[in-house]
Ligand binder design. Sequence first.
Ligand code: ARG
Length: 235
Amino acid sequence: ESGVALIKAGTLTTCTHLPYAPFQSKDDSGKVVGFDVALIDLVATKLQVTQAIVDTPFEGIKSGADLNSGKCDVAAAGMTITDERKKVLDFSDPYFDATQALATPTGKEVKTLEELVGRRLGVQGGTTGEDYIKTQVKEKNLKIEVVSYKDLAALQQALATNQVVAAVNDLPVWNEYIKANPGKVAVAAGFDTGEQYGFAVKKGNAALLKEVNAAIAAAKSDGTYDKIYAEWIGE
Ligand code: ARG
């Protein structure tokens, strides 16, 4: 008995926002898989329960609404730890480092935001990438038309169909997209935002947070983390 209270007995319910490969996405059979899924599976195994994944908009995840309302026990969504989110969520220890990247169609690389003045730039709504771009555009007073898409698939679709000339999202997500769609898209520029991903629990759920942190630490020390990294992220 771990002493961890779960919203549904025998189940560790995880909120995520699909798709976000390689962290969480559906495989050909419709099963949700990925880097985050594999790490949270370690927590579930430790608690002797099964992970069940709920796909829900990112807004409800990052605002704490889903965890507070009992929709899920844990949030695992390639989610960056930020001071603002820390006010409404309790984050695990960091489990992944990320930066923002600007992707364009291959052959149409744009290296700076200045080159996007008067053009359309896509971002994913509610994300740190959207925040970063909106702040830059404001500070530098750049007349870029920033278009927010509801999820990663919509953003990538907009780029593929030239609705936008460039799109911003987390670098590992573009790397994965390029692996899956070789030759179509290039990472034209990077923004070193120094982000770290954390899993989140409802504020005050120290018992579950302890298990999540213990699972991350154990995976890092026994080689499981490296195996999961090699499987989902690559070299
Ligand atoms: N890392 C970024 C953030 O925290 C993007 C996360 C989006 N995750 C997702 N599963 N859709 O804002």
